[in-house]
Design a protein around this ligand. Structure first.
Ligand code: WT7
Length: 648
């Protein structure tokens, strides 16, 4: 049987696996039959190089797991050094594509041997600043190779990194560094995006200088090379590494305990400040390497491209640790989908012969909007596997992706996971799964999901409930930094025996899982996770704002969009200028991607007599839906005024 192509979105359409692919696929159906410790234990022995072998695969004391207990290893050794030692030093690790695209004179290749030398030098430089095992380091950079090198250099030294997305504000950087008491921050002079420069180091300074900071030294990577203000706190990377050795023996990889901290990554929760998600060394590395290999069917000659940003977990797991642990050749693109031309992505695929593309539904929808002519004008025949991540993918985008990027035949891996899970947990597998557009479908081997109602009952087919995981997996978070209680409250209190993911889900009659989006106050804008609470906090920082509440609505481009409801102090009136000022306020405080798409000014927010904001109503208003019961409101006319503003 051959696979059928389709040009139209067709719900209910299924695509059986290609038998040819099934013959050579890395994933084997029998893996699903293995016990979870058997499966992960086998992978752990085969895939990682250990300085000291582990004694026990898993020690599980809910909610904390320990994987590969007793083992010692180093993530950088597994991602870089061992490939060089195994004779792959000349293999390209990174095809570096700068902002202005693959034709740029600045595009270049970095081999594994070159990567090793750069990492060793960076690590030796960091050592001079007092960085070593257990000393946290902040990273605030764009998609340039030095960002990857910086992360690996930290891993080499055993210094946990915390990467702050380069598009976030300096304030966000300062808060996260202070939380960790990081003394060193690595940044770059300027960002290059869409042909323009944007301040990066100066943004960081603004955040650091706004209050007390733990940061004592800022390492600045030159990217634009333009003059920027430098102080005694700052040192250019070039100067830091001018006299250090690049010989791996000058800076051996620190032997780390399997459960030693590898990195922290802050992510938005439904309340309070961002959560510092803790990831440790062995389980995480094994989880990302195994999933990367089996989900994307990685071969020795694969050319892989994950178009995410290293500032998010996708970049950590599927640009840095997973692919490099697997010794793959990959594309690292600094830029955006539409610059210098709308066909830049397809040019990259053509030039480097990309075989695996991993991106977000939002990016696919942008390309879809621009039209298929751009993809059609390039040779994309190298593509074998496509991946999607970050938000549910609508079937129309799925079909377009398969048809126009995958030549009507490449299988799409719709991968569900989270910052907290560390790696992919629900996904089809190439050569095994019969694909259904818009569904992540199946647990990865060794993963045990369930769908439950609020009372804890397991639900059957077509019943929507909460997604939970009933057994541990290697890359699972090892808590929230210094906040055991919040960790337990957020993930382990809804059900006493399972991890609560915060996503709605249902099984279909075939036992495939469909993810239905967040059920908490987390908003997903273009696959970027934000909390309504954070945006509200940013809005009330403006002097004219008395109160703010934030909801989301569906958006054809970004998946979800932020709608802000704002009441003003005194007799201040809403205006276009104020709307702009508020959006700017949010950009300054969090980052541009958190800017509300719509601002609605209100005399008051809809409150019950006990003073509680009725968020359900705000959601209805934002979505332009019928309102339910409003009789409990103090002033029902508040909502009718708001509705008028939405319908314009
Ligand atoms: C949330 C996690 C996974 C890395 C990037 C985002 C949503 C993610 C899917 C998918 C449906 C998805 C969920 C999840 N999500 N992938 N394939 N289908 N929803 O990581 O920022 O931690 O966000 O993204 O709602 O809980 P994150």
């Amino acid at each position: 049987m051959s696979e059928q192509g389709s040009t139209t979105a067709n719900e209910g359409h299924q695509y059986p696996p290609d038998p040819e692919l099934a013959k050579t696929a890395n994933a084997r159906p029998e893996m699903k039959e293995q016990g979870l410790e058997e499966f992960w234990g086998e992978q752990g022995t085969q895939r990682l190089d250990w300085f000291t072998p582990y004694d026990t695969v898993l020690e599980w004391e809910l909610p904390y797991a320990k994987w590969f207990v007793g083992g010692k290893l180093n993530a950088c050794y597994n991602c870089v050094d061992r490939h060089v030692e195994n004779g792959k030093g000349d293999k390209v690790a990174l095809h570096v594509v700068p902002d202005d695209g693959p034709d740029s004179l600045e595009s270049r290749d970095i081999t594994y041997a070159q990567l090793q030398e750069q990492v060793v030098k960076f690590a030796n430089g960091l050592k001079e600043l007092g960085v070593g095992k257990g000393v946290p380091v902040g990273i605030y950079m764009q998609m340039i190779p030095e960002a990857v090198v910086a992360m690996l250099a930290c891993a080499r030294l055993g210094a946990p990194h915390t990467v702050v997305f380069g598009g976030f504000s300096g304030k966000a950087v300062a808060e996260r560094c202070n939380d960790l008491e990081a003394k060193v921050l690595i940044t770059q002079d300027e960002a290059m995006r869409g042909g323009k420069t944007a301040p990066q180091k100066t943004n960081a300074d603004e955040g650091l200088d706004a209050g007390p900071t733990s940061i004592e030294k800022v390492v600045v990577v030159r990217r634009s090379g333009n003059e920027i203000p430098m102080s005694d706190r700052d040192i250019y990377l070039d100067d830091l590494v001018a006299d250090v050795s690049g010989d791996p023996e000058s800076c051996p990889c620190e032997p780390m305990d399997a459960e030693d901290l590898l990195f922290l990554l802050y992510t938005s929760g439904s309340t309070g400040k961002p959560k510092g998600v803790v990831h440790t060394t062995a389980g995480y590395l094994l989880g990302v390497a195994t999933t990367h290999d089996l989900v994307f069917d990685v071969k020795e000659d694969s050319v892989y491209w994950c178009a995410a940003d290293i500032g998010w977990v996708t970049g950590h797991s599927y640009i840095v640790y997973g692919p490099l642990c697997n010794g793959v050749t990959q594309v690292l693109f600094e830029g955006t989908p539409g610059y210098p031309d709308k066909d830049v992505w397809w040019k990259i695929i053509e030039k480097y012969g990309v075989t695996i593309l991993y991106t977000s539904p939002t990016a696919i929808r942008s390309h879809m909007k621009w039209g298929e002519q751009y993809a059609q004008s390039r040779d994309l025949s190298s593509i074998k596997i496509l991946g999607s991540v970050g938000e549910p993918i609508n079937p129309e985008a799925w079909e377009w992706y398969r048809e126009h990027v995958g030549a009507g035949k490449a299988p799409i891996m719709d991968t569900w996971w989270q910052t907290e899970t560390g790696h992919i947990l629900i996904t089809p597998l190439p050569g095994i799964t019969t694909l259904k557009p818009g569904m992540a479908q199946q647990p990865f081997p060794g993963v045990r999901p369930e769908v439950r109602d609020d009372e804890g009952n397991e639900l059957g087919a077509e019943e929507t409930g909460n997604l939970v995981l009933t057994a541990p997996w290697p890359g699972m978070m090892r808590g929230l930094y210094k906040d055991d209680q919040r960790f337990r409250d957020t993930y382990w209190s809804k059900y006493s025996d399972a991890y609560f993911a915060g996503d709605g889900a249902k099984y279909d009659a075939d036992g495939d899982i469909m993810l239905m989006g967040r059920i908490d106050d987390v908003v997903n804008v273009s696959g970027h996770r934000l909390s309504t609470f954070e945006v509200e906090s940013a809005l009330v920082e403006h002097a004219d704002v008395a109160e703010a509440a934030v909801a989301s609505r569906k958006d054809p481009d970004t998946g979800q969009a932020i709608v802000a409801f704002v009441s003003l102090v005194g007799d201040k009136e809403g205006s276009e200028e104020l709307e702009q000022a508020l959006r700017e306020q949010v950009a300054q405080s969090i980052g541009k991607l958190a800017r509300p798409a719509t601002v609605i000014f209100a005399r008051d927010l809809p409150k019950t007599r006990s003073g509680k904001i009725m968020r359900r109503l705000l959601k209805n208003i934002a979505e332009g839906e019928e309102l339910g019961d409003t009789t409990t409101l103090v002033d029902p006319t508040v909502v009718t005024d708001m509705q008028k503003q939405v319908s314009g």
